[in-house]
Structure formats: C-alpha cells, structure tokens
Write a protein that binds this ligand. Structure first.
Ligand SMILES: [Zn+2]
Length: 325
C-alpha cells in the first residue's frame, strides 16, 4: 500500500515531551487479514494542524472494516492528544433523566447525551465506564444510585474524577489488574472503542468483567452515514489519527458478536453539533460549498440531523449487547 507516511521528525520537533512517534502497519482489527485498500487520506483536524501530516484510512476487502493504517503505536499515540483534549476536561451539565426528555425527543430519537441517562438495566447496578474522561457520565449515574467505576488512559482525567467528583477511577486500559471477572452489571463505552488499538480484545475483556446476562453499551461514529458522504476527509467523526477504527452498523455489530456478545440491532443517534463541526472544518479546509456554509448554522444543522436520522443515515450510533447467560 502506498501512503504519505507522516513526518515523524516534524512531530518530534513540535510536540510536548514524550517519546518520538512510532508507526505501525496492522492487519484488520476484526478479521485479522491484510486486505486493506486505501479509501481516503486526511490531516489531523485539531489545531494547530500539523499540516504536513496526512493519515490514511483503509477498508478491509474481506470483512469490510474501515481502519486507520498505518497508525501511531499504542505507546506513542498520546502525542496526538493535546493537553486540553476536550473529553478529558469537559464537565457540562448533568444528563437529563429518562422522564425529563421532551416529547419531540421521545418521538424522533434522542441525541447521544440523552441516551446516556438511562441504561438497559432494572435499577441501579454496578457500572464500569471504559474511557470515562472527566467523569461527567459517571457522576450522573452515581447520582442515580449506581455503584460506578471509571477507567481511562489519561491520568489527568482520572485524577479529576477522583478529586472533583470523589468517585473511583483507574488509570489504564483493559485488562486491568484491579478489575475482577464478573464484577459489573453494565459496561459502557461512549466514544472510546474507536480510539483503542485492540478493539476486539477490549470487548472480550468487557465480556469477562460482566456477570452472565450483563449488558454492554457501545457508542461510536458511523462512517456509513450521509455526513461522511457529504464531508469526506472533513467529517468530524474521522478525527485522525485518534480514531483508529471507523465502524459501520454492520462492522460494529460483527465485532461485538465476535467477542461473544448477543448484540441488539444498532440504533442511530442524532448529532447536529457534529454536523456543524464537520461543516466548519470543511470551510476551514477550503472544501466547503454552499451546503457546508449553511450547515454551520444551528437551525439548518438541526434540521439536517433530523433528516439523517429519519433516513437511517446518522453519523453516530449505539449498540446494546448482552453477555449470554
Ligand atoms: Zn477484515
């Protein structure tokens, strides 16, 4: 495969302290075959853009999974997470409870934030949030009576969860020595699975940590969406090189099934702010036409997000799956 391998020396000269970025080419994270064909190349969207760096996304010719390849290896990808990376610091307002959702939301589908307020479990249980960030979701669930544990690879985010919320959280990934098999009723992965180098292994470990009958909840961007077709390399959901796997409803469901779970049908989620972010990025990159310029406006992007949702082409999705009894 030919690709523009990123300029390692440039990163080494400009990024914060840490080891130089090391690159790896990998087989398909789902089927294990080396059948990836390039579908696009795009830069890192987080400013200051490392303009000389372009990352390749490939699609497996065997199973259809789309993934970033080559990619920074697990030891050095932290170089691409800026110190002010939003999910590690964003606190926001607590999530609305299920019965607080407005009527239109209940009728026409909910944004991702509202999805998180209600988990598929009969009453408060034991929850592991993989990729907990600054702990906004953990705090919401703890307030609802859940016994929560957070896990995140960013030490600063975990420190925030412990110090500001007083909630238990661990630094690292899965498997983790402090987590016992069968010790959780629900494991959530809100926009974290697309960030990990070994998504299938992470899902298998989540299976091990759940009780029989326990539930897994995974939300990721959906590359088989109208926003991706519209914006291509400017699509917000690509977020290269931090997003390593770019799921479709079919490949997300297939990977969850391959880990041993029984997945429910994938549900789409509206995200008008993602549409606005994609439109702004397209305009900034000089790729935005009339439509992109219009979609920067909130009323237009909200209407477009509804249309995507109704048409089954939203760019965010979630899957609930059960560990069989
Ligand atoms: Zn494959």
């Amino acid at each position: 495969m030919t690709t523009n391998r990123p300029a390692v020396d440039r990163i080494g000269a400009t990024a914060a302290a840490g080891p130089p970025v090391a690159w790896e080419e990998v087989p398909c994270p789902l089927c294990g075959l080396e059948a990836g064909a390039p579908i696009l190349e795009a830069p890192d969207p987080i400013p200051p853009a490392r303009a000389a760096m372009v990352f390749a996304v490939v699609r497996c010719g065997h199973c259809g999974l789309t993934y970033t390849n080559p990619r920074p290896n697990e030891r050095t990808i932290a170089r691409f997470y800026p110190a002010d990376y939003r999910p590690h610091h964003h606190l926001g307002k607590p999530r609305p409870a299920r019965n607080a959702r407005p009527l239109w939301s209940r009728l026409f589908g909910r944004p991702c934030g509202e999805r998180r307020g209600a988990l598929p479990w009969p009453g408060p249980g034991r929850l592991l949030d993989f990729g907990c960030g600054a702990g906004r979701f953990l705090k919401t669930m703890a307030d609802q009576g859940w016994q929560v544990t957070g896990l995140d690879s960013a030490a600063s985010a975990v420190a925030h969860v412990r110090d500001q919320h007083g909630l238990p959280a661990l630094v690292g990934s899965l498997p983790h020595a402090a987590l016992a098999p069968g010790s959780f009723d629900v494991v959530t992965m809100w926009h974290s699975l697309e960030h990990v180098h070994r998504p299938l292994a992470i899902l298998r470990e989540a299976y091990r940590l759940l009780v029989p009958g326990g539930k897994l909840v995974v939300a990721t961007p959906n590359i088989d969406s109208l926003p991706f077709r519209l914006f291509g390399r400017s699509w917000f959901g690509l977020d290269l090189p931090r997003h390593l796997t770019h799921f479709t409803p079919e490949t997300l469901s297939a990977m969850i099934h391959a880990a041993g779970f029984r997945p429910e049908p994938v549900r789409l989620i509206r995200h008008s702010d993602w549409l606005r972010s994609s439109a702004k990025l397209a305009v900034r990159q000089g790729a935005g036409g009339v439509l992109a310029r219009a979609l920067r406006w909130k009323p237009v992007s909200k209407a477009a997000a509804w249309l995507c949702y109704v048409g089954g082409l939203s760019d965010c999705m979630m899957c609930v799956a059960e560990r069989p009894v």
